[in-house]
Ligand binder design. Sequence first.
Ligand SMILES: [Zn+2]
Length: 429
Amino acid sequence: MNRIVYKGLIYDRNGLRKSTVIIEDGIIARIYDGIVDISGEIVLDYSNYNSIVAFPGFIDLHIHLRDFNYAYKETIESGTKAAVHGGITIVGDMPNTSPRIDNQSVLSKRIKLFKEKSYTDFYIYVDVSIESISDIEDMLKNPHVAGIKLYPDKYYVLANESIFHLLKKYDKLLIVHPEEPYLINIFEEELIEQIIKRDYHIEAIAVNHIGLASEIHGLKRVHFTHVTNPYSVLLSKRYGYTVDTCPHYLMFSYERIFNNCKYKVLPPLRTEAHRSLLFNMLLSGNIDAVSSDHAPHGVLEKTCCPMTCPPGINGVEITAIYLGHLYSLGYLGLKDIYELLVFNPSRILNLKHYGNFSKGIRGNISIVNFGCTTCIKPDILYTRAKYSVYDNMCFKSCIEATIVGGVLVYHRLKGTINKPNPVSLNNFS
Ligand SMILES: [Zn+2]
């Protein structure tokens, strides 16, 4: 039997308390109130630290792990090692890979690769294409598939009502990139024009468009991802749907792009006025989750010319320590971190058996140290994309350790240690 013992503070929907958590063979086997003298193969004893808190494993709803033909940018192995370095235990993989995950054959290859290489638990969103529309039902039946990722260039497929029917039939999620496609002018020649014309109104219009279409078809599970615009947040609530945003939209405004392609991302960074409004929406509890939209590229690709360099910011290692930083500064409570990274993502994904320290639940745990500081340099990153918009920034929190399926996969003093046997959504629902 393989046993990990955690002693110290824990936080879940029952609040903060000092406990001893026993994980045996991947599952939380017992929980004791207070500190109990029990041995195990690995004992993580933080009973004397009030700054170290264990949470049920953090979930990143939106990540691009590349691999396949883009393995030079990131692989499932390197990207999930980066994820556990950032305290993430479940990742939602996006389908704009090369080749795209829009048919059964590519989906099968993706699942095989995850089972062999991933350091986190995982699930996959699939893309829809008219050419492979007959595959959609089979893909949605697959227990590893959380739902459909709807990109702006695919909004037109919703004219096919069977998409709504299948999402309802298999109880899957529609996760939407909200930018209204016919308003995006990709032919603008100047960078400033590209950014200003791709403005925040386009996002809110898309939320209204997809929100209305989904409401009319009785779709309950719709999520708008990487929102940048406070009005999009309000609109999605009007429909009863959920939203996430990303650390870069909360921290940076668009002026940064002019000197540095690392800040180029879609949707674009917004004005300082909108950034600060969005930040206040986070503090007031209107945003359901924070995802990374981790989108790694080759270093040379991102050090080139802003007009032609690819969009995307790599941040799977940042999300949790950024929220930890906001806790250390007094902006957020432990409850907010729990809701943004565990409780609400579990609710969005419909995971009924996840997000709590309870007997019989899979042993995924993220341990955060609010008493230490993480300073970002390319050489501390585990991602293959060794550059960062967070370069030289320091965050007042660290990931102390990450446990996935009862396996200690990351420890602050030892790095990534062991590979877990990754599982998927059906183990939690
Ligand atoms: Zn993305």
